[in-house]
Design a protein around this ligand. Structure first.
Ligand code: SF4
Length: 220
């Protein structure tokens, strides 16, 4: 790394910490239990502090959680991962797996978006993920990379459609118009991803909701 690259990295770290800590304060104001960690490695440690050994852990379609390598680590601590992204799962068994995922001891996910005033913004195709974010009766943990922070709900929805969804479509090899254009065209195709939108303005009543904001880019 040359001196300029080192300097830029240092500046970015300081910026991410300032932004991350600001968002954490806003999340706490909204009733979420939130903390900022600078690196992915520390995000893993923060998750492990919140997941009891031997618990069932439901993970929906969340590339951030897989990127952190949490399945292997949680498995080694006796946790049972419940996920519908399982290639051996027969299509007729998928609805049952969604329900099991959503009712696990811990629901571990990311969020498509996070606003400066501490709201979590998500768009789903099937609706299973947003349902659990609002209704899992046990512990809910969000791990959110700094790349997902936007000014407000409108900017967050725009980022999800223009950035997250095209990347998601490319990663799943799904033929969506935004995967080709690189931005949302408000498509009408049958395979359209964007169908159910959830904005968690506050932590839902009676729920134990944690948000770990990470000072690195994670997921989409
Ligand atoms: S509405 Fe269609 S084009 Fe726009 S982000 Fe969603 S899937 Fe892509």
């Amino acid at each position: 790394m040359n001196p300029m690259q080192e300097k830029n990295l240092e500046v970015r770290r300081a910026y991410n910490a300032n932004l991350g800590n600001s968002v954490v304060k806003a999340l706490e104001t909204n009733g979420f239990k939130a903390r900022y960690v600078p690196t992915a490695e520390e995000a893993v440690k923060a998750v492990l502090e919140l997941v009891p050994e031997g618990s069932s852990v439901g993970v929906p379609g969340a590339s951030t959680i897989r990127e952190l390598g949490l399945f292997e680590i949680l498995g080694s601590r006796g946790c049972r991962i419940v996920q519908h992204w399982d290639p051996s799962l027969a299509p007729e068994d998928r609805p049952g797996r969604w329900e099991e995922e959503n009712m696990s001891d811990v629901f571990l996910t990311s969020s498509n978006g996070l606003t400066l005033d501490g709201m979590l913004v998500n768009i789903d195709g099937t609706g299973n993920r947003v349902a659990a974010m609002a209704w899992n009766r046990n512990r809910i943990i969000f791990v959110v990379g700094i790349n997902k922070v936007s000014r407000d709900v409108e900017a967050s929805l725009q980022r999800i459609r223009d950035v997250a969804t095209p990347l998601n479509a490319i990663s799943k090899d799904i033929d969506l118009p935004c995967a080709k254009t690189g931005y949302c065209v408000n498509c009408k195709v049958p395979q359209r991803f964007c169908r159910a939108t959830l904005v968690l303005e506050r932590a839902p009543f009676g729920r134990d909701v944690h948000v770990i904001v990470v000072g690195e880019n994670l997921g989409y």
